[in-house]
Write a protein that binds this ligand. Structure first.
Ligand SMILES: Cc1cc2nc3c(=O)[nH]c(=O)nc-3n(C[C@H](O)[C@H](O)[C@H](O)COP(=O)(O)OP(=O)(O)OC[C@H]3O[C@@H](n4cnc5c(N)ncnc54)[C@H](O)[C@@H]3O)c2cc1C
Length: 386
């Protein structure tokens, strides 16, 4: 099998030799500790916490975090490599990127020094798994409309409300909860408050049954008179919306990076499958209709690769705009869904079988157009710049 058949002939320039060495190390970790077990975790509906600790012990969590707080002191290139290597084996349940590149940056950027020293080293070690709880049963896209309420009472915040669809909800040791602290003030009345597992009144609800990403634990979370110290405020009181807007572009780039590698990997697998599978005395690949679709896919994926690598490079220089990140997420996830559907079709009935990676990747990919801000919300963000 020509495993490079689907790869763009253009060499990637975004990574340094040091990044590539890091990739080799993490790839070995994935092949040993993740890939052989992922199907079992899909059946269990959760990734064991020990996997996080093993990754933490080897420096694969919080790659961008300052070593002063236990991080690896790398850049977004290291983060991208973790995302790509997990995507390469379609380990969709292993939410290292949510923890390291989405949750930890809020704490690293906005928490008090005392809280950073308390939580970050344990997060880098994989002892505490992070989650972020924005979405509520009655609110998703319109973040400023959150109803979970936090009221100041002396040295504490008292939180009441419910969240849903929270990734790593069951595993989470620390949840950043998006709360209303001034209900009259719209987006200027939103704050981020961290709640630790075990805090009285904080309960985890159902592990939600999904149509894909089966190994990823996605949960409801409930807050009933949950009292946390005022020091658990992450960033400014009523400044939460601004902090979210600042961090969300990185979340969107994370999703786009995953989409790019998913498409490349699934194209490779589909080329191999269609060359092997015989129908009417020919390989599936011999039919021009399929060969042309694969050729078109290769061209489109190569084009997206250049765009997403440019976004990675620009993000490392601190130049990536919210609009560019939205474009990367929009194009990447829409293209991924369309192409994976074509690839599944070329697998015939086997494509629909869970034992084949294409079927699982297809179902896993569907949420990319919804979470992290839906495609419609991405179009709104881009449209505002027109
Ligand atoms: C597997 C999974 C994991 C998730 N993980 C997390 C998590 O860890 N933390 C978290 O907080 N949330 C998480 N979410 C929630 C996710 O971010 C929301 O589902 C998403 O933001 C959409 O919100 P909603 O589901 O309430 O849809 P709604 O906001 O009700 O949207 C319904 C429809 O209206 C469309 N729409 C919305 N606004 C506009 C507009 N301006 N113009 C046109 N159409 C529009 C939407 O695109 C969508 O098609 C997760 C969701 C899933 C499925």
């Amino acid at each position: 099998m020509d495993t490079n058949a689907a790869r763009p002939s253009r060499p990637r320039t975004v990574f340094t030799p040091e990044h590539e060495m890091f990739r080799e190390q993490f790839r070995r970790f994935v092949e040993r500790e993740i890939a052989p077990h992922h199907r079992d975790w899909e059946r269990a509906g959760i990734v064991p916490r020990e996997v996080w600790q093993k990754a933490g012990a080897q420096g694969f969590l919080c790659t961008m975090l300052d070593p002063e707080y236990g991080g690896a002191g790398g850049d977004f290139g290291h983060a991208a490599i973790i995302i790509e290597e997990l995507a390469r084996v379609n380990a969709s349940g292993v939410a290292f990127q949510l923890h390291s590149d989405i949750v930890v940056p809020y704490i690293g950027s906005y928490a008090s020094e005392a809280r950073k020293r308390e939580w970050l080293p344990r997060m880098a070690a994989g002892e505490i798994i992070g989650a972020i709880a924005m979405t509520e049963p009655g609110m998703g896209s319109d973040l400023k409309a959150v109803r979970t309420r936090a009221v100041r009472d002396g040295d504490h915040w008292v939180i009441n409300g419910a969240k849903t669809f929270i990734s790593s909800g069951q595993n989470a040791g620390l949840v950043i909860v998006v709360c209303k602290t001034d209900p009259e003030a719209g987006r200027r009345g939103v704050s981020l408050i961290a709640v630790e597992e075990g805090t009285p009144g904080f309960t985890k609800g159902r592990k939600l049954e999904k149509i894909g990403m089966h190994a990823q634990d996605t949960s409801e979370l409930f807050f009933e008179d949950v009292r946390v110290p005022v020091g658990n405020l992450i960033g400014e009181e009523n400044g939460g919306f601004r902090h979210l807007m600042h961090q969300l572009p990185q979340e969107r780039l994370v999703i786009a990076v995953r989409a790019a590698t998913s498409m490349e990997t699934m194209l490779e697998k589909t080329i191999a499958y269609t060359k092997e599978r015989q129908v009417f005395g020919h390989s599936v690949f011999d039919f021009q209709v399929h060969r042309f679709k694969l050729a078109q896919a290769k061209a489109e994926i190569a084009m997206f690769r250049v765009y997403v690598d440019d976004c990675i490079a620009r993000h490392m220089k601190g130049e990536l705009s919210g609009e560019e990140a939205a474009a990367a997420k929009l194009l990447g996830t829409e293209m991924q869904n369309r192409l994976l559907d074509d690839f599944l079709q070329m697998h015939g009935g086997y494509g629909y079988m869970a034992e084949y990676e294409i079927g699982r990747a297809w179902a896993d990919a569907r949420v990319g157009r919804i979470y992290g801000g839906s495609s419609e919300v991405m179009r709104e963000i881009i449209a505002r710049t027109l």
